[in-house]
Design a protein around this ligand. Structure first.
Ligand code: HEC
Ligand code: HEC
Length: 346
C-alpha cells in the first residue's frame, strides 16, 4: 500500500516535472546545455551515429565485438557473482557496465563509449601516469564493479576493448566530440543539500530503486539475471573509490538520464534537485576500497569533488563532497601558479 501510493506519487511528480519543463524550462535552458552541443554550425563534428553491428561480416571480429557488447550489457551473469564458474567471477557486485554506461555505451551524455578508444593511452591524474584503455577498464572493475581486475590479455578484456574500438569507428584521435561523459550543467553557489535530496529521492527515485537504494532483482539471486533496476548504495553497489561517488559525475548523470528514459534534451529534474539528490545518494553507505589515499599522487591534480583526502588545499572535506566547488578550483589555481613560480625561480 505504502509502496503503491509512493509510486503513484513518483509518476505524478515525474509527469509534473515534464510539464513544467515543456512550459517554462526549455527556452531558458540554453545555459544548462553542455557547451557547443546546440550549435551544429560551430563545428564540423560528426553526428551522434552509433556504428551498426548488423553490418559486420559474420567472422571472428564480429563475434568478438558482440561478446564485448554482451560483457558490457550482462556483466553480472558473465563475469560477476552470478557466473556458475567461480574462476570467471571478476566483478564483485551484480551491476552491469551498462547500468551506468547506458544503452551498452551508446547513449549521448549517458557515459558513452563512443569515441573513447581514440582517447587512450592518456595521462591519468588518478594514477599520476599515462595509462591504457585496459587500465581504465580495470579502474571500473575494481571500483564501480567493486571487484578484481580482469586477466590481462584474456578473452574478456580483448572483447571489451574490441567493442570499444568498434564504437569508435570513424572517430580519429583528437576529433571533436560532444556527448561524451555525463554532461556539465551549471554548478550551485551553495553546498548541495542531502536532506532535501532525500525528499527528492523518496518522490522520484524510490519507486524504482527501492526505499533503501537496494534496486530490484530480475528474479531470485543465482538465476543469472542480476538486477532489473540496479542498487544505488549498500553492499551490492559501487565502492567509495568509484567515479559515481564524485558529486559532479553523479549529479550530471542523474540530471541527463534519470528517471531512466530521460535524456539530456529534456531533463526531468531541475538543476538544484539533481545536485541535491546526487548528494543524498553519495552520502549513503557503500563498500570501501582500501588505499584510496594513494590515488592522485600529485595532490594538486586531485579533482575538486574527490570525496576522500588527502587534499592539496585547506578546504573542509565536506566541501569537497558537497561543494560549492568554484572556491576550491580558484584556490587550486593559485597553488598551481605558486608552484610554477617556485619552479621557474629555481
Ligand atoms: C556505477 C557506475 C559505473 C559502472 C557500473 C561502470 N562504470 Fe565505467 N565509468 C563510470 C564513471 C562515472 C566514469 C567516468 C569517471 C570519471 O571520468 O571520473 C566511467 C568511465 C569509464 C571509462 C572511461 C570513459 C571515458 O569517457 O574516458 C571506461 C572505458 C569505463 N568506464 C569502462 C567500464 C566498464 C568496461 C565497466 C564494466 C566492467 C564499467 N565501466 C562499469 C561509472 C561506471
Ligand atoms: C523508472 C525507473 C527508474 C527511476 C524512477 C529512476 N531510475 Fe535510476 N536507474 C533505473 C535503471 C533501470 C537503471 C539502469 C539503466 C540500465 O541498465 O539501462 C538506473 C541507473 C541509475 C544509476 C546508475 C547505476 C547505479 O547503480 O548507480 C543511478 C546513479 C541512478 N539510476 C539514480 C537515480 C536517481 C537519483 C533517480 C531519481 C531522480 C532515479 N535513478 C530514478 C531506473 C530508474
Amino acid at each position: 500500500m505504502i509502496e503503491n501510493s509512493m509510486s503513484i506519487f513518483a509518476s505524478l511528480s515525474i509527469a509534473a516535472a515534464g510539464i513544467a519543463l515543456l512550459c517554462t524550462t526549455v527556452p531558458a535552458r540554453s545555459d544548462t546545455s553542455p557547451p557547443a552541443s546546440r550549435s551544429p554550425a560551430k563545428s564540423a563534428e560528426r553526428p551522434w551515429d552509433v556504428p551498426d553491428l548488423d553490418k559486420l561480416p559474420d567472422d571472428d571480429w564480429e563475434s568478438t565485438v558482440l561478446r564485448g557488447r554482451d560483457l558490457v550489457a550482462k556483466t553480472a551473469s558473465l563475469i560477476g557473482p552470478e557466473n556458475p564458474d567461480p574462476a570467471r567471477r571478476f566483478a564483485g557486485n551484480n551491476l552491469n557496465c551498462q547500468n551506468c554506461h547506458l544503452e551498452a555505451g551508446t547513449k549521448k551524455f549517458g557515459l558513452p563509449f563512443i569515441g573513447v578508444y581514440a582517447d587512450f593511452p592518456n595521462y591519468r591524474a588518478r594514477s599520476g601516469a599515462v595509462g591504457t584503455i585496459e587500465d581504465r577498464i580495470q579502474g571500473c572493475m575494481t571500483r564501480s564493479m567493486n571487484g578484481k581486475p580482469l586477466p590481462a590479455g584474456g578473452p574478456e578484456m580483448t572483447a571489451i576493448v574490441a567493442y570499444m574500438k568498434f564504437l569508435s569507428t570513424g572517430r580519429p584521435v583528437g576529433s571533436a566530440m560532444t556527448g561524451r561523459g555525463a554532461g556539465r550543467m551549471p554548478e550551485l553557489r551553495r553546498a548541495a543539500n542531502p536532506v532535501h535530496g532525500k525528499a527528492i529521492y523518496a518522490q522520484t527515485c524510490a519507486a524504482c530503486h527501492g526505499d533503501h537504494g537496494q534496486g530490484r532483482r530480475a528474479g531470485p539471486p543465482g538465476d543469472g539475471q542480476g538486477y532489473a533496476i540496479p542498487p544505488l548504495w549498500g553492499t551490492d553497489s559501487f565502492n567509495d573509490g568509484a567515479g559515481m561517488t564524485r558529486l559532479i559525475n553523479a549529479a550530471n548523470f542523474i540530471h541527463n538520464n534519470m528517471p531512466n528514459g530521460t535524456n539530456w534534451e529534456q531533463p526531468a529534474l531541475s538543476v538544484d534537485d539533481s545536485w541535491d539528490v546526487a548528494a543524498f545518494i553519495d552520502s549513503q553507505p557503500r563498500p570501501q576500497k582500501s588505499g584510496l589515499d594513494h590515488d592522485f599522487p600529485k595532490r594538486i591534480e586531485k579533482p575538486v569533488d574527490a570525496p576522500y583526502g588527502p587534499y592539496a588545499d585547506k578546504f573542509d572535506p565536506a566541501q569537497h563532497k558537497l561543494g560549492p566547488f568554484q572556491p576550491i578550483r580558484d584556490a587550486i589555481k593559485e597553488l598551481t601558479s605558486a608552484q610554477a613560480g617556485t619552479q621557474s625561480s629555481k
